[in-house]
Ligand binder design. Structure first.
Ligand code: CP
Length: 324
């Protein structure tokens, strides 16, 4: 399978076989990394990483990943580049791809902007464009999540129940791209995906439509409920996290006021008792400890958060190695 030159902006853009091929590559690179075997598959290549938002895992998995693959990643903060003076996505795409071999972008804070920005860069760039999180999807996180789920439950995920639930967090209006990415990707693997949220926290129409269609086509199911408890009942996987209200990303104080009605949407040990004994607790991180989840759960026996975060490195490297 030849994926050279391909953009990775949404998991929806790639065939299932292509995603599985990338996961096999991630397994191989994880083994090599653990065994200390060199794997300089991108020697002398350069990736440009453009950030419109903060990051710990994404930035460092891409930077470390490029180093380990024998290449180099440049960190570009949108605010300190000419993007802040209005330089166009067309010019960024043409110019940066003439200097290197990939352009990765995080642009996730404003609904309606990030995905179209990166698709415009991709239209003009002669190198692959990667989505390091936008308003619609967070495909590299999704690949790490799927890798972690397969490591825990094996390759046949048909019938596994995953609860993707909203949770309260006072820190900031987190993007909607993680729950949207989850409902789009996990429905492609025959899983029973249950989305739970209070009425104000609906997701975008397009990912919801993809999730419904994917479930129909792949023998799983996609349901929406309005209680975390209902979603957690008999779940194999729980993924409770906060996200913002689509129409209020520009009005954080109003959004925070609404969210305060739902402080009981916390993942605690009582709710974990509703899940299967073998269930796993996932979170893309950073988590608001004590609000989205209790310390007992996030540090407890069900939690796979560190394995999940580690897999960000291996999946980022796999996709870069296959496409650049
Ligand atoms: N999960 C994730 O994307 O983490 P960062 O925001 O730290 O990159």
């Amino acid at each position: 399978m030849n994926l050279k030159g391909r953009d990775f902006i949404s998991t929806q853009d790639w065939k299932k076989e292509e995603l599985l091929y990338a996961l096999d590559k991630a397994d191989e690179l994880k083994r090599k990394f653990k065994n200390g075997e060199p794997h300089r598959e991108l020697a002398d290549k350069t990736a440009f990483l453009i950030f419109f938002d903060k990051s710990t895992r994404t930035r460092n998995s891409f930077e470390a990943g490029m180093t380990q693959l024998g290449g180099h990643a440049h960190f570009i903060e949108a605010q300190t580049s000419q993007i802040a003076h209005g330089e166009s996505p067309k010019d960024m795409g043409i110019i940066l791809s003439s200097y290197g071999h990939a352009i990765a972008i995080r642009h996730d804070l404003v609904p309606g902007e990030g995905n179209s920005y990166m698709r415009e860069v991709a239209k003009w760039a002669s190198a692959p464009v990667f989505n390091m999180q936008c308003d619609v999807d967070h495909p590299f996180q999704m690949m790490a999540d799927l890798m972690t789920i397969r490591e825990k439950f094996g390759q046949d995920l048909k019938g596994k129940r995953i609860a993707v639930s909203w949770a309260y967090a006072p820190s900031y209006a987190k993007p909607m791209s993680v729950p949207q990415g989850l409902i789009m990707l996990m429905t492609r693997f025959g899983m029973d995906v249950v989305l739970a949220h209070p009425p104000e926290y609906t997701l975008m129409d397009e990912p919801m439509a993809h999730a419904r269609k994917n479930a129909e086509e792949n023998g799983g199911s996609f349901t929406v409920v309005d209680s975390m408890e209902e979603a957690f009942r008999d779940a194999d996987i729980v993924y409770p996290k906060s996200w913002g209200i689509q129409s209020l990303f520009g009005e954080p104080e109003k959004a925070l006021e609404i969210s305060k009605k739902y402080t009981h949407w916390i993942c605690d040990e009582e709710k974990m008792k509703l899940t299967k004994e073998s269930s796993i607790y996932m979170h893309c991180l950073p988590a608001d400890r004590g609000y989205e989840v209790t310390d007992e759960v996030i540090d407890g026996p069900h939690s796979v958060i560190y394995q999940e975060a580690e897999n960000r490195l291996h999946t980022a490297k796999a996709i870069m190695a296959l496409t650049m």
